[in-house]
Design a binder for this molecule. Sequence first.
Ligand code: SDX
Length: 441
Amino acid sequence: MSDQKTATQGAADTVTLVDNKTGKSYEFPVLDGTEGPRVIDIGKLYAQTGMFTFDPGYTSTGSCESQITYIDGDKGVLLHRGYPIKELADKSDFMEVCYLLLYGDLPNAATKAKFEKAITYHTMLHEQLINFFRGFRRDAHPMAVMCGAVGALSAFYHDSTDIRDERQRMIASHRLIAKMPTIAAMAYKYSIGQPFVYPRNELSYAENFLHMMFAVPAEEYKINPVLAKAMDRIFILHADHEQNASTSTVRLAGSSGANPFACIAAGIASLWGPAHGGANEAVLNMLGEIGTKDRVAEFVARAKDKDDPFRLMGFGHRVYKNYDPRATVMRQTCYEVLEELGVENEPLLDLAMELERIALEDDYFVERKLYPNVDFYSGIILRAMGFPTSMFTVLFAVARTVGWIAQWKEMIEDPSQRIGRPRQLYTGQNQRSYTPLDQRG
Ligand code: SDX
């Protein structure tokens, strides 16, 4: 077992808080983990001081103890159970990374084969769910379909909704990881009026997804191994990312005891936002709006203008104040895919590279440590592979499901877990009496 330790085994340091209004001082324990900043345990702050902390956006708040993913934003480090993301992207595959995130260590050959088989045999959907798809407009955004279909899974799989039952939690986890590609591909097929393509058990996870997305009954679909490998790597790069907005949403939803299907549907909804997982779609729309290199300077100026809501999509990050290590791998993958597809010059890539060059030389971005993030290059690859822009965040959700599930599992299995219930700084009206309608001005 790796040398993990729980926070409670950390050094017995303390910090002292002095309330200058009352002159009282309070001591709070400081805990340290295996990596990263120490934390001040303020669990008893309100009981001792009658005060709350105040940290909108949680820029300085650790919401939980976790052993799954570690990020060092200043150094651009991302570890999954201690393994650097670049090593996993170069040497592992998505099924192995799923096992690692869920169970804490890389599987041996036998456990990997058993895990892959368990996932493979859950890839089909209950046939009646097809009726569910037929209720949507053909032009519905696939994220809306994904949200609805995943939330509906709890209506079909009653035998895996009891979160207190370890076996049911495992089956629900496997079902969600396995069925997300099937639901995603069905959302796409439905939007273009093509028949649904069933999963095939002899294909790998990434191959199966490409097959369900792009095969048609009229002819055999040939898997391109380079594209399948790129797809698998893109899944790895999006698998988990500590306590981001959608993962925190899943944890908060799960803390009430909601079933895992409902929790993942909540995560999908949160991921959809353009400030989060919706950024990959927004990057492509932004590059389309910029159009040509000679307009890059105009849009960089707009991104810096406080009076202009325009932001450079795919740039900046709450945690990374250095290059997002996933963006580096994504850019390399972009070259590999474009070369495999024989795309000599991709205007969008040229435009993105020019945008990156200009931004990284501009003081505004340098001072604020705004670098390309995971979403900056992913859309260019996905578009080249034939995915419509509207499917980009859906792919992010397919990959991130294992991270959401791993974090949800860790929370459920934490004996100290309680329902999440933040407080607030109230600045509304003091108590006042009701004024009858005929007495109001
Ligand atoms: C993901 O959290 C995760 O881990 C998320 C994620 C994951 O894997 O789960 O990594 C996936 O969501 C990546 C981020 C994708 N989003 C985008 O690319 C959208 C564009 N980025 C911005 O919206 C922004 O950078 C955020 C939302 C990503 C981060 O927002 P923060 O931390 O709240 O940053 P901030 O607003 O405090 O920015 C600090 C300064 C501000 O200027 P000042 O007020 O200090 O003068 O930088 C500016 C911001 O205005 N700024 C930008 C900018 N991002 C921040 N200015 C122009 N363009 C941008 N993209």
